[in-house]
Design a protein around this ligand. Structure first.
Ligand code: A3P
Length: 345
């Protein structure tokens, strides 16, 4: 009898203990995720001293969490009105480059409490059908945010699409533009790997990279191959510079974002006039993934999807050498224009 009572008591204690731990974890997760919703200075204004900033943050603490509910689609129209939530046009756009690390950059910037990301690639400026729907359609695709937060979207096709610079200029001539680049040959192989995987998924066969990248008639680099063309960064950038001054662009080193993300993110925070809020705590190396993953708080962390960080096929070294030689003069020009030099071969 006594034994039975003790077992019952132990069971009750176990249930109560689990409930208490669960609630505690929930609260920690909640507070952590709410922290990132606290307002900071707007993109255009330089941030003031930290103490001032903190007074403002405390005053607005009651707003915590609402945006999170919105993202999940749980908030009502009344709540949107009450808390002045808005769908804002982006103040900064990651315009490319495809396979440069655009998703990682967007997700990592989203760690910043003053940044709200548009999760999907919207393809407003590069897709004529979408563009014809008008700017209000585009704005309504944006996530809800507090007015002092900035919205960032990424659509890597923007960088290489002819019409896009003029269209973005017409929306906002002072918008900030982020371009994340990787060593051009690696980027081209990454681009190829993505297409190859798509073909394999559909049980289709595909050419080898070497066959696509080198023109079999001339044995020279095939400049008609899209993966090669996209990596000629300077050619695309020159089109953008007809509309925007070079100061409106920030070049992110995509290779360094893989190995050492924090300093790259700090440069972006500076470029966007945001107070430095992303720290080493927010980024941890996941040995299984082989990449840095994101930590929002002690409970909530995430790595990018498995489609990011594919294993590249082995490519003939003579083709790699040929491509690197081909890209070399374009790279030099790119360094010269942007003022950012890379150790690309
Ligand atoms: P690979 O798949 O070639 O490795 P994008 O998002 O523009 O498509 O870029 C994809 C690339 O982002 C990946 O290319 C990967 O190397 C890179 N990347 C950078 N940081 C990453 C991270 N933390 N997790 C996963 N991939 C990351």
């Amino acid at each position: 009898m006594l034994f039975k009572q003790q077992a019952l008591l132990r069971q009750k204690l176990f249930v109560l203990g689990s409930l208490a731990i669960g609630s505690l974890l929930y609260l920690v997760a909640r507070v952590g995720s709410l922290d990132r919703l606290q307002p900071l200075c707007p993109i255009d204004s330089r941030f003031g001293p930290r103490s001032q900033d903190e007074i403002q943050l405390r005053a607005l603490q009651f707003k915590r969490g609402l945006l999170h509910e919105f993202r999940k689609g749980n908030a009502t129209k009344e709540q949107i009105r009450l808390h002045n939530l808005v769908q804002q046009l982006p103040k900064a756009i990651i315009i490319g480059v495809r396979k440069g690390g655009t998703r990682a950059l967007l997700e990592m910037l989203n760690l910043h409490p003053a940044v709200v990301k548009a999760s999907q690639e919207i393809h407003f400026f590069d897709n004529d059908e979408n563009y014809a729907k008008g700017i209000e359609w585009y704005r309504k695709k944006m996530p809800f945010s507090y007015p002092h937060q900035i919205t960032i979207e990424k659509s890597p096709a923007y960088f290489i699409t002819e019409e896009v610079p003029e269209r973005i200029y017409k929306m906002n001539s002072s918008i900030k533009l982020l371009i994340i680049v990787r060593e051009p040959t690696t980027r081209a192989i990454s681009d190829y790997t993505q297409v190859l995987e798509g073909k394999e998924r559909k049980n289709k066969t595909y050419y080898k990279f070497e066959k696509l990248a080198i023109d079999p008639n001339t044995c020279e680099v095939n400049t008609k191959y899209k993966a090669v063309r996209t990596s000629i960064y300077t050619k695309h950038l020159e089109r953008w510079l007809k509309y925007f001054p070079v100061e409106q662009f920030h070049i992110v080193d995509g290779d360094r974002l893989i190995t050492e993300p924090l300093p790259e993110l700090q440069l972006v925070e500076k470029f966007l006039n945001l107070p430095p809020r992303i720290s080493q705590y927010n980024l941890y190396f996941n040995a299984t993934r082989g990449f840095y993953c994101l930590r929002f708080n002690i409970v909530f962390n995430k790595c990018l999807a498995g489609s990011k960080g594919r294993i590249h096929p082995e490519v003939d070294t003579s083709v790699i050498t040929k491509l690197r030689k081909f890209f070399h003069p374009f790279n030099q020009k790119f360094y010269q224009i942007t003022g950012r030099t890379f150790n690309w071969p």
